[in-house]
Design a protein around this ligand. Structure first.
Ligand code: MN
Ligand code: MN
Length: 475
């Protein structure tokens, strides 16, 4: 009698488990799901990514790296009006600041282009057009920050100067100072705590002002004579010696101060990567590696690396530029099919980062709907602020499509929402793609300390993003 009852209870427990399993969602443990070989592959993959980060600290440098990488894989430069054929691989360098690469599929182009859109610009400190001055014997460069930053984070750290200057003769020279370990770096000073009682009582956003982000560029006068502007003159002379530029050339320059740090493993287990500019090179690099990995795709597949996302996707190199859709239209023309039909059947992953839940700062996060470090690639159905305003909000059907693709490929994924309702918000390039009648959803890597000079991501999450994009390209 007693034994029978126990069996009944066991059956009930099993049924309950079955029911739970079939009805309730379960969170996957990425390290339990991944084999040791796969985790090793993720660590190996991270090495290539970290090299990409160190070589590409501006959109120009990322374009250069992408071009180098794809040329080595047999991609050829694309020009408008070209006749293309299945299996051919091309890249398009848009003004050295944004980049498109694609592989022509074996199926009709009318079935759509499957593409990713990520961005290769990151928050930074740009030089103003008249940057050069000295005061109290210290040489400075005036700046205007680019993108959303917490200004206080950019003081008292080593900064490198990157960019390009167009000289009077029309020649454009590339500038990099502060990356070689023997190079000098630039520096923004902060107030010592002893005298900062007034500053410390201000809010974090007011503690360092925009006009205080002045880069120290030198402190020694030309010919060691303390004449007026002799430090400024010396700085200009040194720049002239190295790059042949004069002060008036700053008017025609793109010069940015970025952290002089290199990407480093974080944690004794080396499971994390700290670097400047994960947002959004952490999605741009996997887009390129996935594009290279997929041989003979059915659909035409494409990776777009856009510029100016951090300031609203503006300009002719930002995602709002027509150039990306002109390329699709030119491809349609090459096959004699309708551009509108191609776009209507196209699918896109707006590949951008999301904010990972930070146990150190749980307050603005909603635990149930945040994404997590080591949770896998994150799908973000909607972004926006104050009632989803400014969001693409992907359809149930397209979410379902992407879920099936990822599940079939064994990709570990999670969903994420950017913080609590009304805690703030943000946006991505997704809406600019959706407006061209293309199905699009955000997908990318969870990031800690986003938009700081040294952001943090997990190696397995980065690798899952590569696998996710690869699966999407292979679908
Ligand atoms: Mn960003
Ligand atoms: Mn981003």
């Amino acid at each position: 009698m007693e034994e029978k009852e126990m069996n009944l209870e066991e059956t009930e427990v099993n049924e309950l488990d079955e029911l739970k399993k079939s009805l309730l969602a379960e969170k996957k443990d990425i390290f339990a799901e991944m084999t040791t070989e796969k985790i090793d592959a993720a660590y190996e993959y991270a090495k290539g990514y970290m090299q990409f980060l160190d070589n590409g600290k501006t959109e120009r440098e990322c374009v250069y790296e992408a071009e180098k990488m794809l040329k080595a894989e047999g991609f050829k430069p694309y020009t408008f009006g070209m006749k293309v054929a299945a299996g051919e691989k091309y890249y398009y360098n848009n003004r050295a600041k944004s980049f498109v690469a694609f592989v022509v599929g074996t199926e009709s182009l009318e079935n759509g282009v499957y593409f990713t859109a990520s961005h290769i610009d990151s928050p930074r400190i740009d030089l103003k057009q008249h940057p050069l001055y000295e005061t109290e014997g210290i040489g400075y460069l005036k700046t205007h920050y680019y993108g959303g930053i917490k200004k206080y984070q950019w003081t008292a750290i080593p900064l490198a100067l990157h960019g390009a200057v167009t000289k009077r003769n029309g020649e454009t020279v590339d500038v990099i100072i502060g990356e070689d370990p023997t190079d000098p770096v630039f520096y923004i000073s902060d107030l010592l705590p002893h005298l900062a009682s007034k500053q410390m009582s201000k809010t974090l956003s007011e503690g360092i002002g925009g006009e205080q982000l002045n880069l120290i560029s030198g402190a020694r006068p030309y010919s060691d004579k303390a004449e007026k502007d002799a430090v400024k003159l010396n700085v200009m002379k040194l720049l002239n010696d190295k790059y042949g530029i004069v002060e008036a050339d700053f008017l025609c320059a793109e010069l940015s101060a970025v952290p002089a740090f290199t990407a480093r493993d974080v944690g004794l287990d080396r499971s994390l990567i700290a670097s400047y500019g994960h947002d959004d090179r952490v999605c741009s690099y996997p887009s390129l590696t996935a594009l290279v990995d997929v041989k003979a795709p059915k659909h035409t597949i494409m990776a777009v690396l856009a510029d100016k996302e951090e300031i609203g996707s503006e300009g002719n190199t930002g995602m709002q530029s027509q150039v990306y859709f002109d390329i699709i239209a030119e491809l349609a023309k090459s096959f004699g099919v309708s551009d509108a039909v191609v776009r209507a059947n196209s699918k896109c992953l707006s590949s951008d980062v999301n904010a990972a839940f930070d146990p150190n700062f749980p307050e603005p996060m909603e635990k149930m709907n945040s994404c997590y470090v080591n949770g896998g690639v994150v799908i973000t159905k909607y972004t926006g602020a104050r009632g989803k305003s400014g969001s693409n909000d992907a359809s149930a059907e397209f979410c379902g499509y992407v879920r099936d693709v990822l599940d079939e490929a064994g990709v570990i994924w999670q969903t994420g929402e950017l913080g609590k309702v009304d805690a703030g918000g943000g946006g991505t390039v997704a809406k600019y793609i959706a407006s061209k009648n293309i199905d699009v959803i955000d997908l990318g890597v969870p990031v800690l300390s986003m938009h700081s000079p040294y952001e943090l991501v997990s190696k397995v999450d980065v690798y899952m993003t590569h696998l996710a994009i690869k699966a999407f390209f292979e679908a």
